[in-house]
Write a protein that binds this ligand. Structure first.
Ligand SMILES: Cc1ncc(COP(=O)(O)O)c(C=O)c1O
Length: 342
């Protein structure tokens, strides 16, 4: 571990103290396993309230598991899943979606990580053939891997376009909280109310140790999901420890506070440097990630002093990401170094 200020990923941050307290509190005594416990009941209720009541909610260990199993519940192996070519499911899940769903991912180039209705046209107008996979699910990330965010109207348009031809809409909400805070609206607005069918709700990047949830806005898709989750190795026996962490985030708005902090630190960074004529950004800044285009020399010099990712090496694009734990002092120190490096 390098003891340098870290702008690499919200996954690099530790867990929020309130989450750790909730874990310690949940450790007292014994309770039933596999989700038959009061923490799971309460956390399920809280997620239902967040995304529109009485939706089936299933806790899982990680984000890849949430995406893969949610997609599995929506598809059969001869189906195709349309997603941006930058999607986490396409780039960073080691082929797990293809392996476990059996589906082909139909990746689409996008200028900014976001699908549009027009991008679905080609798939919708394509003749069907017994030789080809049948597109069946559209998968989007909110916020996207490019740091951009869909408006509720954009999600609604995609949902309508998908549903018009009998497809479904999946949302990878690993950074759902950052999107909600940036849009200044409830996640309900761009999930259930916008026609999304299944959502992966992120916990880890929002201050948990681990744990995500699969939420079925369209309840009938959850039939048999308990068995899908078990076969997919994502059924936690000591489920209370995932649920207790969600409860800590969702009670009294800690999820918003954490996402607000992460976004505010990214905003502080962006506002301090965006006017510099030597700096350009690959994608618009909207949530908690910036993608600056730097000279190779600036990139190297900054990486000697700070931890962050080179995102597109051939274009010298970096990723600067903030988290609930990023401090103003860290941002201000980074800004000074960036100014020197430019
Ligand atoms: C957009 C997105 N989806 C999902 C995930 C979750 O992945 P993991 O399986 O590492 O929890 C991540 C993690 O970086 C992500 O960035």
């Amino acid at each position: 571990m390098r003891d340098l200020p870290d702008f690499s990923s919200d996954n690099h941050a530790g867990a929020h103290p309130a989450v750790l307290d909730a874990l310690a509190a949940a450790n007292a005594g014994s309770t039933h396993a596999y989700g038959d416990d009061p923490w799971t009941t309460r956390a399920t209720r809280l997620i239902c309230d967040l995304l529109g009541c009485d939706r089936p909610v299933y806790f899982v260990y990680g984000g890849t598991g949430a995406n893969v199993l949610g997609l599995q519940a929506m598809t059969r192996p001869h189906h195709g899943i349309i997603c941006p070519e930058t999607a986490h499911i396409a780039v960073d899940e080691c082929g797990a979606p293809e392996r476990f769903t059996g589906c082909k991912l139909l990746t689409v180039p996008t200028p900014d990580g976001k699908l549009t209705v027009e991008m679905l046209d080609g798939f919708q107008q394509r003749e069907q053939s017994q030789h080809w996979t049948l597109p069946h699910v559209v998968s989007i990330s909110q916020q996207t891997e490019c740091g951009t965010i869909y408006t509720p109207a954009e999600v609604r348009a995609l949902a309508d376009a998908a549903h018009d031809v009998g497809w479904l809409l999946h949302m990878d909400g690993a950074r759902l909280a950052n999107a909600a805070v940036s849009l200044d609206c409830s996640p309900l607005t761009f999930t259930t109310d916008a026609g999304v069918d299944v959502v992966s709700v992120g916990g880890t990047k929002n201050g948990m140790v681990f744990g995500e949830a699969v939420v079925f806005c369209r309840a009938d898709l959850a039939d048999e999901f308990p068995n899908v989750r078990k076969q997919g190795m994502q059924l936690a026996s000591k489920m209370r420890f995932i649920a207790a962490q969600f409860e800590a985030l969702l009670t009294q708005g800690l999820w918003q506070e954490n996402a607000r902090k992460a976004n505010a630190m990214a905003q502080r960074l962006y506002e301090s440097i965006q006017a510099d004529p030597g700096l350009q950004f690959k994608w618009p800044f909207q949530g908690n990630a910036l993608f600056p285009i730097l000279s190779p020399e600036s990139l190297r010099s900054l990486q000697d002093q700070f931890v962050f990712e080179t995102w597109i090496p051939e274009e010298s694009v970096a990723r600067w990401m903030t988290s609930w734990a990023t401090t103003e002092a860290e941002v201000d120190g980074f800004v000074e170094a960036i100014r020197r490096a430019l």
